[in-house]
Design a protein around this ligand. Sequence first.
Ligand SMILES: [Zn+2]
Length: 367
Amino acid sequence: MRSFEPVEIVPGAYQIRLPLPIRNLDHVYVYLFCSGSDNLLIDSGWNSDECFEALSRSLQIIGLPVAELKKVLVSHLHPDHFGLVGRIKKESLKCRIMMHKEEASNIKKNRKEYSALMIRLHEWLRTNGTPQSEVESMLSNSLALARTFDKINVDEVLVGGEVLKVGSRWRFRVLHTPGHTSGTICLLAGAKDDDSSKMFFSGDHILPSITPNISLSPLYTTSEDPLGDYLSSIRSLKAIRASLVLPSHEHVFSNLSKRIREIERHHKFRLQNTLNVLNREDGLKGLTAYETASHLRWHGGGWSKLDPWERRAAVLETLAHLEYLKIRGLVAKVETRTRERKRESETTIYISSKRHEWLREECSEPK
Ligand SMILES: [Zn+2]
């Protein structure tokens, strides 16, 4: 395994690179801020021996054993961000774990509860057109992940707007930025009396060249419109002036407002493409989210090149775009029921609103 040295971004602020077992995403960055005997770790990495060793080694280089970590803030409840919290807590009993209240309320008590949620999520994928054979391989991927499940106890629940202090040097303003998950948090960090080191921790919310997955699924608990939430969250950050933006993946960057404009364009383009696909491909019967996703272009390549994990993310992201269009009257949603060998199944179909109106007129009884 290649090991990476922690990078001291400015005095007392470190970027730590940790390995991930994910295709196309081989690392996550966690950030450590120190001042005197106080410290804050933002995110923890994946729950694996390899990741924990990399974290321990990096902290050792900085001169801070895991046992002396004081606070860990979890930006959101994804396994590459919260995975090691349980192990950290075992080594550093007084370490306080913080996260947004929406994420805290989504923590599962045990592996059984987590697996039940995964089964519900995959049933939802099937309702949205995913063929049974693919649902099974997606589900076995998710259930394999359940083996890394570790119960977390949260010591401090955040809602956004708080100011967190680390020693006499660091102040962090907590910003609630839903979209990627219901309770994603970003942080505006500033060193006392030093405007040049104003930094913005963007987590997965804003990344320098890729975009975070925005999914409509039973895991998104605050609204039916995660894409609408995401676009208003990123817009609310446009006025922030930070010399450095610290993301969870890829690399540190600086021009936050330019990146926000690029991401807005990306989603506008995808919304237009989604409508084009519906207008072009739905025939008269509409398309499921799975069928719509299979006609769109994805970061990992064409549909046939995506693995089950990537396809799952693509279908859920397409659903977020379809619901965004539905809420704004551009797409209609139809629930259909079929009966096969005594088994009733439901399928959700999307159809462009214009065509839907036309179909309704065609099908209605002449007066
Ligand atoms: Zn994430």
